[in-house]
Design a protein around this ligand. Structure first.
Ligand SMILES: Nc1ncnc2c1ncn2[C@@H]1O[C@H](COP(=O)(O)OP(=O)(O)OP(=O)(O)O)[C@@H](O)[C@H]1O
Length: 437
C-alpha cells in the first residue's frame, strides 16, 4: 500500500528491483513488524483482568524495588567502607560544630549573667541593646581596649585605684563607639567617665581641627573640666582648650590647634557665628550637666552647637546628676541607639548624702529654720545654695551679723574673687552660693 501511495513520486523513474532486492526485502520485513505495536494494547486488554494485571505490575515493581534495595544495600567492599567512614566523619564534624556553638552560647550567657551580677553589686542600671560589659578594673583599659600606658600612669598618679560605678559602665560604652545617657550623682566621677574614652579614642594630638567638644553650663564647670582633662592627658601633647573670653575674642579659629574644646554653649555659639569656628570634624560631643544645658535659657545655644557639629559619624553623649524625662525626650531626638546608664536611682542624690525636707511655712520661716539648724545640728563648714544672686546677697547680709563667719559667691564678683573663694581654702563657716548660668 505504501508502495502504491508513493508511486506517483517515482513516476517516470524505473525501480531496479533486482539491484535493490535485499533492501526491498528488509523494507518489507520492517513493514510487517510495524503491525505488532499497534496490536499490543489489544493484547493487554484481552489478557488477564485489570486488577490481576495491576497486581502483577505491582508485584513486579515491588520486586524490582526490593531488588534495587538489595543491590543498594549489598556491601560493596571498599566502596561501602569509604561511604560509611565519610558520613561518620561528617556526623562527627557536625557534632563538633554544634558543640562549639553550644559552648559559645554558654560562655555568652555566663558573661551576661556575670555582668548583671557585677552591675547589681555596683548599683549600675543599664538599658539599650548590646550593652558592653562593665570595667572590672582600670587594668581592663589596657587588656580590653589597648589603652596607652600614660592613661594608667596618670590614673595611678591621681590615686585612683578603682573606677567609680559610672566610669565602670560609661567608659566601655563610649569606647565601643556607642552614645550614652549617663545619670550619676554629683561627685561620682562623671568627668573622667567621658574624658578618659575621648583621650583614648583621639589617640594623639592633631592639627586637623576641633575633634571633641565638651559643653558645660557654667564657666566654672568648664574650667574645672579642662583641669581634669589636662590631668588625665599629662605626658601627651593634646591640644586641650578652654574657651575663655580672651580666646573667643582674639583667636584665629582657622589656625587654632585644638583636639578638645571645653566651653559654655554661649561662647561656642558666638565663635561659630562671629569667628567662623569650624566644628564639622568633631567626633565627640559631650553635654555635661545636661539637665542644665537643656533648660530654656540654653537650649537654643546648645542646639546651634549640635547643628554645627555636622560630622555624620559623631558620637553625642549626655552626663548629668539628674535626668528629667523632658530632658531625656529632647536629648533622644539627637541621639542614635544610645545606651542609658543610671547609677543608683534616676535623679537620686549620692547615697552618702543624708537628705531632710523641712517645712518652713513662709520666706521668713526659711531664715529661722536655717538659724535653728545652725544652733542645733549643722556643723560648719556649710554650703547654702540659693536661687539667684539677689537671694545670695540677702542671705549673706542676714547671717554675717550672726555669730558665724559667712562668705558669698555670685555672678557680680570677679573671677579672681570667685577663685579666691575656692572651697578647700574656705575659712568661713557658711558660704552662700549661686550656681551661675
Ligand atoms: N576613680 C576615681 N577614684 C577616686 N577619685 C575619683 C575617681 N574618679 C574621679 N575621682 C575624683 O572624684 C571627684 C569628683 O569627680 P567629678 O568632678 O568628675 O564628679 P562629677 O560626677 O562630675 O561631679 P559633678 O556632678 O559635681 O560635676 C574629683 O575630685 C575626681 O578627681
Amino acid at each position: 500500500m505504501a508502495e502504491r501511495d508513493t508511486s506517483f513520486l517515482f513516476s517516470g523513474t524505473s525501480f531496479n528491483r533486482k539491484k535493490f532486492a535485499a533492501v526491498f526485502t528488509r523494507f518489507k520485513e520492517k513493514k510487517g513488524n510495524d503491525v505488532s505495536p499497534r496490536t499490543e494494547p489489544k493484547l493487554v486488554e484481552d489478557a488477564t483482568p485489570a486488577f490481576q494485571e495491576d497486581e502483577g505490575v505491582k508485584t513486579h515493581y515491588v520486586d524490582k524495588k526490593r531488588k534495587r534495595k538489595a543491590v543498594d544495600s549489598d556491601p560493596v567492599e571498599g566502596f561501602s567502607v569509604f561511604k560509611s567512614s565519610k558520613s561518620q566523619k561528617a556526623n562527627e564534624g557536625d557534632q563538633q560544630a554544634e558543640n562549639a556553638i553550644m559552648l559559645e552560647k554558654k560562655e555568652y550567657y555566663r558573661q551576661l549573667e556575670g555582668d548583671a551580677i557585677f552591675r547589681k553589686k555596683h548599683n549600675i542600671h543599664v538599658s539599650g541593646s548590646n550593652v558592653p560589659s562593665p570595667l572590672r578594673s582600670f587594668a581592663e583599659l589596657k587588656s580590653r581596649f589597648s589603652s596607652k600606658s600614660y592613661i594608667l600612669r596618670n590614673l595611678a598618679e591621681l590615686g585612683f585605684e578603682e573606677p567609680t560605678p559610672i566610669q565602670r559602665q560609661a567608659i566601655p560604652v563610649l569606647l565601643s563607639g556607642r552614645e550614652c545617657f549617663a545619670c550619676a550623682p554629683t561627685g561620682s566621677g562623671k568627668t573622667f567617665a567621658f574624658v578618659c574614652p575621648i583621650l583614648m579614642k583621639l589617640k594623639r594630638a592633631s592639627k586637623d581641627g576641633v575633634r571633641a567638644v565638651i559643653l558645660c553650663p557654667t564657666r566654672e564647670l568648664a574650667a574645672q573640666t579642662a583641669r581634669e582633662c589636662k590631668k588625665l592627658a599629662k605626658g601627651r601633647k593634646f591640644y586641650i582648650k578652654l574657651m575663655t573670653k580672651q580666646l573667643v575674642k582674639g583667636a584665629d579659629f582657622s589656625k587654632l590647634c585644638c583636639d578638645i574644646l571645653i566651653s559654655t554653649p554661649f561662647r561656642v555659639q558666638f565663635a561659630i557665628r562671629k569667628k567662623k569656628l569650624d566644628l564639622s570634624k568633631v567626633e565627640f560631643l559631650i553635654l555635661d550637666e545636661s539637665d542644665k544645658l537643656f533648660e530654656l535659657g540654653l537650649v537654643k545655644q546648645v542646639d546651634s552647637v549640635v547643628k554645627a557639629c555636622s560630622n555624620p559619624s559623631i558620637l553625642r553623649s549626655l552626663f548629668s546628676a539628674t535626668l528629667p524625662d523632658t530632658v531625656e525626650e529632647l536629648a533622644r531626638t539627637i541621639m542614635h541607639d544610645a545606651i542609658r546608664v543610671i547609677i543608683g536611682r534616676k535623679n537620686s542624690a549620692s547615697e552618702s548624702i543624708k537628705q531632710k525636707l523641712v517645712f518652713v511655712g513662709s520666706e521668713e520661716g526659711k531664715l529661722l529654720a536655717l538659724r535653728q539648724s545652725f544652733a542645733e545640728s549643722l556643723n560648719p563648714p556649710v554650703l547654702v545654695f540659693v536661687q539667684n544672686k539677689e537671694r545670695a546677697k540677702e542671705l549673706y547680709n542676714e547671717v554675717k551679723f550672726d555669730d558665724i563667719r559667712a562668705g558669698v559667691i555670685h555672678a557680680d564678683l570677679s573671677q579672681v574673687q570667685v577663685v579666691n573663694h575656692k572651697i578647700p581654702k574656705l575659712t568661713c563657716e557658711v558660704l552662700s552660693l549661686l550656681i551661675r548660668f
